[in-house]
Design a protein around this ligand. Structure first.
Ligand SMILES: *Cc1c(COP(=O)(O)O)cnc(C)c1O
Length: 404
């Protein structure tokens, strides 16, 4: 497996083969197992003082040293995620997506720096900028997700980094990433992208010039709603400082969680293809309904930044929102409460469908919203889409019922 040149195979093949190095699966006598096993460890035992001293050399990957620095179980997952971003130098794992965002920001920012943060960013990312980063002397300026090359006008003397999230995970604006990256490169700024929605399978972040790309692996990589995990994959220019910051913060993930995430990764390409097909089918159906004013799904022309999606992405995943035509909070609640097959809950990316009331105007400072009614975010799972449509149809009837 390790001998396959990285660009010679398709992503669907790569999620199956990546990270399964012979040194982590084989017995050295011509036999091996398929999955790198769970190596649980805190203490690593050294045969003698010479190997203890050799083990202490910093910066060498894939060397047992102490549990916090990982074992083949975590290295295999990180290796696989790196392989999905050709051109990347390496990946570091975190106990949640939010922890990954924190480490990436702390790796590149210092007191006195300014961060440009997309206004559609995941709410905990906003809160982190406005509280933790502020406390450490970093200021934040929010920008319109559709700013594109206009980001140049927002750059000041102290601006150090641009944080992107595309599409936004409540309102789905697709950013002009190539235009922003081009400005960042001319002005010497670092770019960080939350790529959780598209995953590297549908948007190659490093290929598009992003310096650090972040995944909430909790979502599609794990895929089964039972593990928290985050990752940051970085280019050569930033990987060493990301790794050093992460070690200094004491970040590590449990081998059992890494093993479950690796198991999820093996089926990510087929799961995403099904999430994509079912979500497109259901969004297309919702678009015909009189109760629905607007679909917020990057593959729809009604979605801000749709042209960027068509140009830069190779697929869409299973998460989108829609705006009701009129109706209030109670009508929206009646819709959601009537659904049987959609759970009510945060997170997404698992095999099961979810519905969530979202109120994006609460999490904005640089852009306003003018929606025809309340918003609902749907995560389309792996159930039969006809069953999901029948369920949504009952929900829409309940919505209408509240307006009568
Ligand atoms: C869920 C999510 C995160 C955070 O991931 P956790 O593992 O829940 O901490 C970050 N970004 C986006 C877009 C998310 O949806």
């Amino acid at each position: 497996m390790a001998d396959v040149p990285p660009r010679a195979i398709a992503d669907a093949t790569r999620v199956v083969t990546a990270g399964r190095r012979a040194e982590w699966t084989h017995d050295g006598q011509g036999r091996g197992i398929v999955n790198p096993p769970v190596w649980r460890a805190s203490t690593i035992l050294y045969d003698d003082v010479a190997s203890l001293r050799a083990g202490a050399r910093q910066g060498e990957p894939h060397r047992l040293f102490y549990g916090r620095k990982g074992t083949p179980t975590q290295w295999s997952l990180a290796d696989a995620l790196t392989a999905l971003e050709p051109g990347a130098a390496g990946t570091f794992l975190y106990p949640s997506g939010v922890a990954a965002i924190a480490a990436a920001l702390m790796a590149v920012l210092s007191p006195g720096d300014e961060l440009l943060l997309v206004d559609s960013a995941y709410d905990p990312t906003r809160s982190m900028a406005l509280s933790l980063l502020k406390r450490f002397g970093v200021t934040t300026r929010f920008y319109d997700p559709l700013v594109g090359a206009g980001i140049a006008d927002l750059i000041g003397d102290n601006t150090r980094a641009i944080f992107l999230e595309s599409p936004g995970s409540l309102t789905f604006e697709v950013q002009d990433i190539p235009a922003i990256v081009a400005v960042a490169k001319t002005r010497g700024l670092v770019t960080l992208l939350d790529n959780t929605w598209a995953t590297p399978l549908y948007f190659r972040a490093i290929d598009h010039g992003i310096d650090l790309t972040i995944l909430a692996c909790t979502k599609y990589v794990v895929g089964h709603s039972d593990v928290m995990m985050g990752s940051v994959t970085a280019t050569d220019d930033y990987f060493a400082q990301l790794r050093d910051t992460s070690f200094q913060l004491g970040q590590c993930v449990s081998p059992d969680d890494a093993w479950l995430a690796s198991r999820g990764l093996r089926t990510m390409a087929v799961r995403l293809a099904q999430h994509q097909a079912s979500a497109l089918r259901i969004a297309t159906w919702l678009d015909t309904r009189p109760e629905v004013a607007r679909i917020l799904h990057p593959a729809f022309a009604s979605c801000p930044g749709h042209d960027h999606f068509v140009r830069d992405f190779t697929g869409s995943s299973g998460l989108f929102s829609f705006v009701f035509q009129g109706g209030d909070d109670a009508a929206r609640a009646a819709f959601i409460d009537t659904l049987d097959l959609f759970g009510i809950g945060y997170s997404w990316g698992g095999f099961e469908s979810l519905a969530l009331p979202v109120d994006p105007a609460r999490h904005r400072s640089a852009t306003a919203r003018d929606d025809a009614g309340p918003l609902v975010r749907l995560q389309i799972g792996l159930e039969d889409p006809d069953d999901l449509i029948a369920d949504l149809e009952r929900g829409l009837a309940a919505f209408r019922g509240t307006m009568a």
